[in-house]
Design a protein around this ligand. Structure first.
Ligand SMILES: C[S@@+](CC[C@H](N)C(=O)[O-])C[C@H]1O[C@@H](n2cnc3c(N)ncnc32)[C@H](O)[C@@H]1O
Length: 297
């Protein structure tokens, strides 16, 4: 599998307007691509805080930053819990906060939780410990009402065949409950028209994305994170967020706009910053990336 390629690295780090003695938080440490760049700008009295829901990212980060010049604190956790993470570190305010949303390619296959439609695994899709979640992916498929399933697929996946897929899901579970990813893939293939199966993206992509967002409550986590992060910024501090999904971008755009109307801060760029043609040629994932930046007054 190809390693994760960091998107908008120069643009995002520049947007943070880093001072060498600042407190900088990367709420989605991942492969430390942005973080390495940030840490290189911090001196001995600077503090870098890295957060990730994925323990593996934190373990890798500990190796990466073992000899950093500045102070480095890395924590496993959901960014929606940024308040308690900062409280534990006795930090009240930060100079800059970055979030690069989504997940790394490494997380999608072979971890046994059914994120990929290409590997037959149990339909779980939780990023944290499944026992701490209200429901996992197969619970949605086996227990939720047809209209609720349709709404998840349409609202979170923008799946144009949400109605047909939801109907086929309900018909199938009456015979046999869903257990693995391939159970779902075969139902999607039955439900959608053949032109869709020959399309640019796999017919299962949007359904899998929608279930993952629902299980991990990703939109609510994002909104929570944005509100709490802005509260933790110093005057003149910056929050930079990279999204890959139109609904996520809308959440960021509206919240930044509302906060600027309320004179809490200003939107730094009226239009989102997007990747250059060269970057997209190098890394097709960068195509849908949008960077928005907010500065607190
Ligand atoms: C796109 S990657 C970040 C890549 C990183 N910026 C880099 O350059 O290597 C997104 C990371 O955010 C983490 N993540 C996603 N949602 C999260 C959440 N709600 N709380 C904490 N971490 C989250 C994922 O585990 C993943 O490692």
């Amino acid at each position: 599998m190809k390693p994760h390629i960091t998107v908008l690295i120069d643009e995002a780090v520049e947007a943070l307007a880093i001072k060498s003695s600042g407190v900088i938080i990367d709420a989605t440490l991942g492969s430390s691509g942005h973080a390495r760049n940030i840490v290189s700008k911090l001196e001995k009295d600077g503090l870098f805080i890295g957060i990730d829901a994925d323990q593996q990212a934190i373990l890798e980060g500990q190796k990466t930053f073992s000899e950093a010049l500045c102070h480095v604190e890395l924590r496993v956790g959901n960014f929606r819990d940024i308040n308690s993470i900062l409280e534990q570190l006795h930090i009240e305010k930060a100079d800059a906060i970055l979030a690069d949303l989504g997940w790394r390619m490494e997380q999608f296959s072979g971890n046994g939780r059914g994120f990929s439609f290409q590997v037959d695994e149990p339909l779980i899709m939780t990023f944290g410990d499944p026992s701490t979640y209200a429901f996992v992916a197969k619970d949605i498929l086996n227990e939720w009402k047809e209209t609720d399933i349709k709404n998840v697929l349409k609202g979170y996946g923008e799946e144009q065949f949400s109605g047909r897929i939801a109907r086929h899901i309900v018909e199938r579970r009456e015979k046999t409950p869903f257990e693995t990813t391939f159970d779902l893939v075969s139902v999607i293939e039955e439900a959608v028209p053949s032109f869709y199966k020959r399309g640019k993206i796999n017919a299962s992509t949007k359904t899998f994305q929608a279930l993952r967002i629902a299980v991990n409550d990703e939109f609510d986590a994002l909104e929570n994170f944005l509100i709490k992060s802005i509260a933790h910024l110093k005057a003149g501090g910056r929050l930079a967020v990279i999204t890959f999904h139109s609904t996520e971008d809308r959440i960021v755009k509206h919240l930044f706009r509302n906060y600027s109307h309320d004179h809490i801060g200003t939107v730094v760029n009226k239009k989102p910053i997007i990747a250059s043609r060269e970057e997209v040629a190098r890394n097709p994932r960068a195509r849908s990336a949008k960077l928005r930046v907010f500065e607190k007054i």
